[in-house]
Ligand binder design. Structure first.
Ligand SMILES: Nc1ncnc2c1ncn2[C@@H]1O[C@H](COP(=O)(O)OP(=O)(O)OP(=O)(O)O)[C@@H](O)[C@H]1O
Ligand SMILES: [Mg+2]
Length: 385
């Protein structure tokens, strides 16, 4: 997501993940590095976990460098940027020939405009640089948002993964696993690369679940420096599905709009109607909806009008679809797009705010037709004859 809130809640939970990462760091310090892939839905706290880990790692004698993948970057740019910042930590690294070859080289455009020899040269120079630098200082290289990386950067990750297993270096990457799809794209190259790296024992995945309601309460109480009143907390939990970024954005927006009032020592909701979605969150939801295949979007629009939960049978009746077809779409929506979670024989929206925004975006005439179809579906199920 973009436009991060200025305020940060205290870091809550994720003890198991940090512990696992610290154990991997101990191996790396002893010369057996690895790639760590922190995965989770957008806003689940991947970067924050990586930052907290880097903070702990920098208290040992590690050199920590980082970079973020951006769409349309030249090939290898995230690695080039991260490794280039080693120069300020150790001038001897800046003097290495591999540093000059890799960090001063010009990249291709990520889509393939780089000739084979140059490409191979970059891979070997990066390998040599990681080898040389980690012989001087243990390294933690963080690359954020791998879902945006070009195929060559992903290839470089795989190449370096084979190198770091024998070096004092950890490569910590984050990626949003609910953004590995595109309406027109073939399977994302990261999916295949991750599968192979795991099979080769080169990487460990650290998946992040949403925060629990109790963890979210602790994070928001810390952010607001007040105790969030129960009803406000359950609303924020439902709307965000325990996603810390969505919860933080909604809470800050509620503060701005006056929907959330800070009392002496409690934060209370002034009005249940005014929990708005801030522009950055709306934009993220809009992008998510626009990237969905058309049949998924159609299904989601109809489902949003049922309420926070719906059942597959009524949904297929309303949409005039075969039940099996509906179930297949819902299955993909649960697994790939994380739009819903299964709750017995019903489906719940994963993030309440996505349902709300999706519903608001349906043109009025279409929403009226869909509502009529839902009423017809309900009455035909209740009166089958
Ligand atoms: N464990 C946590 N405890 C408290 N706050 C957290 C926690 N994890 C994340 N946050 C907060 O939630 C917000 C989003 O976190 P972060 O940017 O790390 O998510 P992300 O998964 O990297 O998002 P994106 O997919 O957009 O890159 C930040 O304000 C962050 O401080
Ligand atoms: Mg992030």
């Amino acid at each position: 997501m973009s436009d991060r809130p200025k305020l940060r809640p205290p870091f809550i939970g994720r003890e198991d993940q940090l512990e696992k990462m610290m154990a991997r760091l101990a191996f790396a310090l002893a010369g057996q590095g690895e790639v760590i892939l922190i995965s989770g839905e957008a806003g689940s706290g991947k970067t924050r976990l990586a930052e907290e880990f880097q903070q702990l790692a920098s208290n040992t004698r590690c050199a920590c460098v980082s970079s973020t993948c951006l769409p349309g970057q030249p090939a290898y740019a995230p690695f080039r940027q991260a490794l280039a910042s080693l120069a300020s930590l150790d001038p001897a690294i800046a003097a290495m020939p591999s540093f000059h070859v890799f960090c001063r080289a010009e990249g291709g455009n990520g889509q393939g405009l780089m000739d084979g020899a140059k490409e191979e040269g970059s891979l070997f120079a990066a390998q040599e640089l990681v080898r040389g630098a980690s012989a001087r200082l243990p390294l933690v290289v963080r690359i954020d948002d791998l879902q945006l990386a070009d195929p060559r950067t992903i290839q470089m990750l795989h190449f370096l993964a084979r190198e770091v297993i024998n070096e004092r270096a950890l490569i910590v990457c984050t990626y949003s696993d609910d953004e590995l799809f595109d309406r027109n794209e073939r399977p994302h190259p990261l999916i295949e690369a991750t599968r192979i790296m795991k099979r080769e024992g080169l990487c460990e995945e650290i998946p992040l679940a949403p925060l629990t309601e109790r963890q979210l309460a602790e994070a928001l109480n810390g952010l607001l420096e007040k105790e969030l009143e129960g009803q406000a907390l359950s609303l924020l939990y439902r709307e965000s599905g325990g996603n810390p970024e969505i919860a933080v954005e909604l809470a800050l927006e509620a503060l701005r709009s006056g929907a959330l009032i800070l009392g002496e020592d409690r934060a209370t909701m002034a009005s249940w109607r005014t929990l708005g979605a801030p522009p950055a969150l709306r934009e993220w939801i809009g992008r998510k909806l626009e990237a969905l295949p058309e049949d998924q979007l159609r299904l989601l629009e109809c489902a949003s009008l049922f309420g926070e939960c719906f059942d597959a049978e009524l949904l297929s009746l309303a949409l005039g679809m075969q039940r099996l077809e509906t179930l297949e779409l819902l299955d993909a929506a649960v697994r790939e797009y994380r739009l819903y979670v299964e709750a017995g024989d019903r489906y719940l929206f994963r993030w309440g705010v996505v349902r709300r925004v999706a519903m608001e975006r349906i043109p009025a005439s279409k929403a009226a037709e869909l509502r009529k179809a839902i009423d017809r579906a309900r009455s035909s199920r209740d009166n089958p004859d």
